[in-house]
Design a protein. Structure first.
Lengths: 300, 357, 261
């Protein structure tokens, strides 16, 4: 680099590039890479490889095949369903909320409050969130009681149960929506005011603008973030455990039980389960990252 | 009746009056510039004509029809933005076709019109490119084509060249004017660059702090500025402080040296101070012949600007700028030399009374 | 008229987000039949297990913050200064915890670091604590790295380093005396975020069978009626407190949570 050759000329007694030599740098980053290998690469590799081995260590596809039992397949299916519903629901509602906050013409204080809350809310996920929803919509929850006392409406008699599939989706939305808002608000900011004005003066109305300009520009962001939300929900454990216990046959719950005490009676099947999970989350997260890069380019 | 009429336009943001008493009548096919410094209200006025801002009071009419209450998408006006505002997700052709597509014109008509427009802005064959693949100047031309494609009654341009390099700015402003002439479309052009306004406008509206300072042709604005602001904003100007010796006879003392002013001093009492505007190109090196004023001073600075040489001569308190053409055969005079400069009696313009009166 | 829809959306969402918080608080006051009281909170604070597990998680959080920072800061520094070509690799590594679910990672740990491996971390409780600490560092890695990297970006470390060097400093004192103080905001921000994450974490602590706050929450949730709500309120307040500090610190720049995405 030009800078370093100048330094070489000006101060020969200093090392060639003016800063500590490269060997220091390698030493400096070594702990990090060691840590990464020990606590990221090795565990993942171990599981991936183990998925293709049998109990004696021989290569086999059996574990993968054994994934296709009704119980395991249905658990994947249920988990995908819940993740998809909470992701799409979170995306749509999050989009509307972000739109309202950024472009809805609301008072100036609304947006910072929205952003602060959206920054805090994803951290609620887990057992506290489960407890909160039990206190709200559980059998003895406040809203359940209110619905009966004020409207004479017996929620649980109508088939609703917060510790069910739909209760979990509802609870997941609590952290999915804010996540969408956090990512979408900057994207909406990137929609230049002049684009809307240009569309208007050429004769377009709000529908034309959104249909032909705004949504196409935001599309990679929207789809990508939905995928992020999907992967997020797919890998969630604590909220489900706290709200529904082992009641819903989720992949993460199943894996949790398996790690606790080999309920599948087959160690390597647990690896295959993990592999399945990893494939799903890696695929959707990679798609998110790719789409995010594309959306950054599109807003240039 | 003028084609575009703006009457008594007022606009305030909160307690800040941004546009005050704006009146203007624009003829069909005329090219008008709004010229002024940042914050003078020129862009706000333009946006009110476009329909993006609503005036607090006043009226705007196009072709006899009152459009004040109409929304921006109902006025059939074209607009070119400072930041081009091309839709990044569409190709050049799609951008230009946008207005026609919204109006649900038949596909053949759209295709033909797009080709016609791209030819007009001299970018044929660029239809498949995306905005980010074009240079700034090219993007702005596409923006112009897009605005014109729907055959608007009025074309508005909001500092369209501010974001471009100097050379491109000069070339593009000529192109814009050429296209406008060819189509005969009534145009309002907002700029803070006085050279730009002077070179391409039929008439200029000079604005300051929300008010119109003067409306006139470039020639009028430059040579007969009506206020001190117009005089100093447009072109370079010498402003001299003088003490009146004899108002009726037009005799004034500048830095102790007596000169005569052709007009504008009627009724001024002896001893009163006045400010005078004097264009640098009206001043020449050397003593005056018969008639004319002569001042004596020392050369303080010589700036070689290429075709023009700008010399500052210090006469007591004042430094007077004089412009003279570059002469390849004679080097400009040197710093420190004592010289005489001359200018005509009618070259001095009396400005509003000096603030210290 | 035009603003009706945004207000409606805001109203519905506000209800959705605020009502559960209100209900949890109300529920937590119901321990004594027929009257509102803070008895559930008294029970919680008086519970020795609460104190022990909370202390345990706090200590672990602090350890995570300290060692995580010690791990990340030099790395981010060297990558920026001398090894820019390794940047994509490091960024990939910091993305991995976001991509691979925590439960998978901890499953891997349990299998690899059990008593019969080279690094028998799960054999003793202190070494399992170390393992859990490392798991938490892994969880915090994306946010920590991003915050510190952004912090480094805003200070010109090359110039600072050269200035310090020309005054005779060697790299450890450069790192600690010059770079670190300028990263204060970034480090404190990620510290609070890590704290909030660690305090509430359940999956890893439970599977590694450590007496952390998360598993305690689950235990109470399974056995008691009103105390879980009290605990939820307490956890919310702690999380809010942490994120509130971060927002305060991050005023003017994008928050850590947002920038991590």
């Amino acid at each position: 680099m030009a800078q370093s050759s100048l330094e070489t000329a000006a101060a020969p007694r200093r090392p060639a590039t003016g800063v500590a030599p490269a060997s220091w740098a390698w030493l400096g980053v070594a702990p990090f890479f060691l840590f990464a290998v020990l606590f990221l690469m090795l565990p993942t590799l171990h599981l991936v490889i183990g998925a293709f081995e049998d109990a004696d260590g021989n290569f086999t596809f059996n574990n993968i095949v054994n994934l296709f039992t009704p119980q395991i397949m249905s658990s994947f299916w249920v988990t995908i369903e819940i993740s998809m519903l909470s992701a799409v629901g979170g995306a749509v509602i999050g989009f509307l909320l972000a739109y309202a906050g950024v472009m809805g013409g609301l008072p100036r204080w609304v947006r910072p409050v929205l952003m602060t809350f959206s920054g805090v809310a994803p951290n609620f996920a887990g057992l506290p969130l489960a407890f909160a929803f039990l206190a709200t919509l559980g059998r003895t929850g406040l809203v359940t009681a209110l619905l009966f006392n004020v409207f004479g409406f017996k929620l649980y008699d109508h088939g609703f149960n917060v510790t069910s599939f739909w209760g979990l989706v509802l609870a997941y939305l609590y952290f999915q929506i804010p996540l969408m808002v956090l990512i979408l608000v900057p994207a909406l900011d990137g929609l230049k005011r002049e684009w809307r004005e240009a569309s208007d003066i050429l004769g377009g109305n709000a529908w034309h603008f959104w249909r032909h300009v705004a949504i196409p520009i935001l599309w990679p962001s929207l789809v990508g973030t939905t995928l992020l939300l999907f992967a997020n929900a797919f890998g969630a454990v604590a909220t489900a455990y706290g709200l529904t216990g082992s009641g819903i046959n989720l992949v993460t719950i199943m894996l949790f039980a398996q790690i606790r005490g080999d309920v599948l009676h087959d160690q390597n099947l647990g690896y295959a389960l993990s592999l399945g999970m990893v494939v799903v989350t890696v695929l959707s997260n990679t798609a998110y990252i790719v789409l995010r890069a594309r959306s950054r380019q599109g807003l240039r | 009746m003028a084609f575009l009429e703006i009457e008594s336009l007022q606009k305030s943001f909160g307690t800040n009056a941004v546009v005050r008493d704006f009146d203007l009548a624009v003829a069909q096919g005329e090219f008008i510039s709004f010229l002024g410094p940042s914050g003078c209200g020129k862009t706000t006025t333009l946006r009110m004509v476009a329909g993006f801002e609503h005036p607090d009071s006043g009226r705007i009419a196009i072709g006899g029809k009152d459009v004040t209450g109409l929304r921006a998408n109902q006025r059939n006006i074209g607009m070119v933005f400072q930041s081009y505002a091309l839709f990044p997700n569409m190709t050049v052709a799609e951008n230009v076709a946008y207005g026609l597509k919204i109006a649900r014109r038949p596909k053949d008509e759209i295709r033909q019109r797009v080709t016609e427009m791209l030819g007009l802005i001299k970018l044929p064959g660029m239809g498949d490119r995306y905005p980010h693949q074009l240079s700034g100047g090219q993007q702005q031309r596409v923006a112009l084509a897009r605005a014109l494609s729907v055959n608007p009654q009025v074309l508005l341009l909001d500092e369209p060249l501010s974001a471009l390099d100097a050379k491109i700015r000069i070339a593009l402003r000529e192109e814009i004017r050429a296209v406008q002439r060819k189509l005969g479309i009534t145009t309002i052009y907002v700029t803070h660059d006085q050279e730009e306004a002077l070179s391409i406008s039929d008439r200029i509206v000079v604005m300051s702090e929300g008010r119109i300072e003067q409306v006139g042709t470039p020639f009028e604005i430059y040579n007969r500025p009506r206020t001190r602001f117009v005089a100093s904003f447009v072109g370079t100007l010498n402003i001299l402080q003088g003490r009146v010796l004899d108002g009726a006879a037009g005799r004034v003392a500048i830095d102790g040296q007596e000169i005569r002013v052709a007009c504008g001093l009627d009724g001024a009492a002896a001893g009163a101070t006045r400010a005078f505007a004097l264009r640098p190109e009206a001043v020449t090196l050397g003593a005056a012949g018969s008639g004319g004023n002569t001042l004596r001073g020392t050369i303080e600075q010589v700036s070689f600007l290429g075709s023009v040489v700008r010399i500052r001569v210090k006469t007591g308190e004042s430094g007077i700028l004089l412009d003279t053409f570059n002469d390849p055969k004679a080097a400009p005079p040197k710093f420190g030399r004592i010289v005489e400069i001359n200018f005509g009696e009618e070259d001095l313009l009396v400005l509003d009374s000096a603030p210290t009166d | 008229m035009k603003k009706f829809l945004p207000w409606l959306i805001m109203a519905i969402c506000t209800i959705y987000f605020v009502v559960p918080l209100a209900c949890t608080f109300e529920f937590s006051l119901r321990l004594k039949r027929g009257q509102y009281s803070f008895a559930a909170y008294a029970n919680v604070f008086g519970d020795s297990r609460f104190q022990e597990t909370f202390l345990y998680s706090t200590e672990l959080a602090i350890a995570t913050i300290v060692f995580g920072t010690l791990l990340v800061v030099p790395t981010a520094y060297w990558i920026r200064l001398r090894l820019p070509s390794l940047r994509p690799v490091v960024e990939f590594i910091t993305l991995m915890p976001l991509v691979i679910p925590a439960i998978i990672l901890v499953f891997g740990y349990v299998r690899i670091y059990n008593s019969s491996s080279l690094l028998p971390l799960t054999s003793a409780s202190w070494s399992t604590d170390v393992l859990l600490g490392c798991s938490y560092i892994t969880l915090a890695l994306p946010y920590m790295y991003r915050a510190i990297d952004t912090g480094l970006q805003s200070i010109d470390i090359r110039t600072l380093t050269e200035a310090a060097e020309s005054l005779g400093a060697r790299w450890p004192s450069i790192l600690f005396g010059v770079i670190l103080p300028n990263l204060r905001v970034a480090i404190v921000s990620s510290a609070f975020l890590t704290f909030a994450t660690v305090i509430g974490e359940f999956t890893m602590a439970s599977l590694l069978d450590r007496p952390a706050f998360g598993p305690y929450l689950q235990l109470i949730g399974a056995n008691r009626a009103y105390e879980p709500s009290a605990l939820a309120v307490i956890t919310f307040l702690i999380t809010w407190g942490c994120m509130g500090v971060i927002q305060l610190l991050g005023r003017g720049r994008r928050g850590v949570a947002a920038s991590a995405y």
